[in-house]
Ligand binder design. Structure first.
Ligand code: PMP
Length: 437
């Protein structure tokens, strides 16, 4: 039986909360007033006792599921010992760095920790500017890097009229094959959109450029998986200009795509990486990692006004949560699970493009998948926003919680749970097909 949301207790809790808390937090969280009370593994429960399969892992944060027993254990060990004394080393942080270096490319050997993604991106730009003595950046049109001044400038910025001008960034076309910016087809296009980057960088008047920042798979931009060779060629073009390469893996990192870092799928070597949505299983810890010569360059790598420091970065509780997360993830082979289930999703979703009038494209890797809805397959007219709202509501009422257009459950979901969730999504797509767009 569908839930008929919201339940009474959720409704009451929501009204009490709304008196005090800002609206505009999240379009989906606000469209059905739910109060969430507890989570365990791949499920969470609302205040009325309804259970949901979490197909978005928090917001790609609950990588090991909600309240994983080993992460709880690590946190419980740390809670009575020490919460925070600023930047002093702790055994947990040292062990965390050791573990990270075992799984990251060998040149990535120096770390700074933060609590949010935007803050980490800002720090990455400061580190690269320190090293290159240049402050202009290139990024990709469909990237999302955050909401602070530099991070929002790196993405397509829609709110300059309200928030004021962004900083100067050279935006390069994302190799988005389903909607090719040049209306060409891969591979006969010869990666023409990437070749354009050379001219755009040359003509941008932005030189010297400090770095290129890009998401190996654009997440918020619609789960855009680039065609083979695209990142290799782009990196080659940027290296010719001595630009550094920053892989923003805030969303794609820590096992999400079936490798520890998504960049491993594409055969390029970044100089700097940002990651961490899944690093603390939902506990706020993010990481900037990079080549030692970059991260320790002046002023970023030195004590003082321009340094890497922040109030809470790398605090003992965050480090304990991250250590617990990595230990659980490796002990339980969650990254392999993500890779294997990614192929099950591919096999299940690919036929939907033929089968359903409204499914224009499906794409993804590991446990990060996107579904693009259209009103017409030939014109590729995007489906109006209410299409996903409808799917979101129907899924929720049937016990599955989504981020619209994405499938990104915890990395320890089982095949049976995954297919239960996909059954619900498929039924909601079938229901949508019956309505006029
Ligand atoms: N980079 C990427 C790739 C992201 O997906 C996000 C957030 N979705 C950010 C940076 C910004 O992170 P935060 O919301 O924690 O500031």
């Amino acid at each position: 039986m569908p839930y008929n949301l919201p339940g009474k207790r959720s409704q009451e809790g929501w009204e009490a909360d709304l008196k005090y808390v800002v609206t505009g937090r999240s379009s989906v969280a606000e469209s059905v007033p739910l109060v969430i009370e507890r989570g365990e593994g791949v499920y969470f429960w609302d205040a009325d006792g309804n259970r949901y399969l979490d197909f978005s892992a928090g917001i790609l944060t609950a990588s090991t599921g909600h309240c994983h027993p080993h992460v709880i254990k690590r946190l419980q060990e740390q809670v009575p010992l020490l919460w925070h004394v600023y930047a002093f080393p702790t055994p947990q942080r040292a062990r965390l760095c050791e573990m990270l270096t075992e799984h990251l490319p060998p040149q990535i050997d120096t770390f700074c920790f933060y609590t949010g993604g935007s803050e980490t991106i800002e720090a990455a730009t400061r580190a690269c500017s320190s090293y290159r003595k240049a402050y202009l950046f290139a990024s990709m049109t469909h990237g999302y890097h955050g909401r602070t001044l530099i991070s929002r400038s790196l993405g397509p910025s829609l709110l300059n009229k309200v928030y004021g001008p962004t900083v100067n960034v050279c935006h390069l076309p994302y190799p988005y094959c389903y909607r090719c910016p040049l209306k060409l087809q891969y591979p006969s296009c010869g990666l023409a959109c990437i070749e354009l980057a050379d001219d755009l960088l040359q003509g941008s008047g932005h030189e010297p450029l400090a770095a290129l920042i890009f998401e190996p798979i654009a997440g918020a931009g619609g789960v855009l998986v680039p065609p083979p060779g695209a990142w290799q060629r782009l990196v080659e073009i940027c290296r010719k200009r001595e630009m550094l390469i920053i892989a923003d893996e805030v969303l794609t990192g820590v096992g999400r795509t079936g490798k520890f870092m998504a960049i491993e799928h594409f055969g390029v070597q970044p100089d700097v990486m940002t990651f961490g949505k899944g690093l603390g299983s939902g506990f706020p810890i993010m990481c900037l990692a990079g080549r030692r010569d970059i991260i320790s360059s002046y002023p970023f790598g030195e004590v003082g006004e321009g340094g890497a420091s922040t109030s809470y970065g790398g605090n003992p509780l965050g480090a304990a949560a991250a250590l617990g997360t990595l230990e659980a993830m490796f002990a339980e082979h969650m990254i392999e699970n993500a890779a294997r289930l990614g192929e099950e999703i591919r096999a299940r979703l690919t036929p939907w493009v033929e089968k359903y009038r409204v499914v224009g494209d499906v794409r993804g890797l590991g446990l990060l998948w996107g579904i693009e809805l259209v009103t017409d397959k030939t014109s590729k007219e995007p489906y109006p926003a209410w299409g996903w709202e409808q799917i979101y509501h129907d899924c929720l009422n049937n016990g599955v919680r989504l981020v619209p257009n994405r499938i990104c459950p915890p990395l320890n979901i089982t095949s049976a749970q995954l297919h239960q969730g996909l059954d619900v999504i498929e039924a909601t797509i079938q229901a949508l097909e019956k309505k006029p767009a």
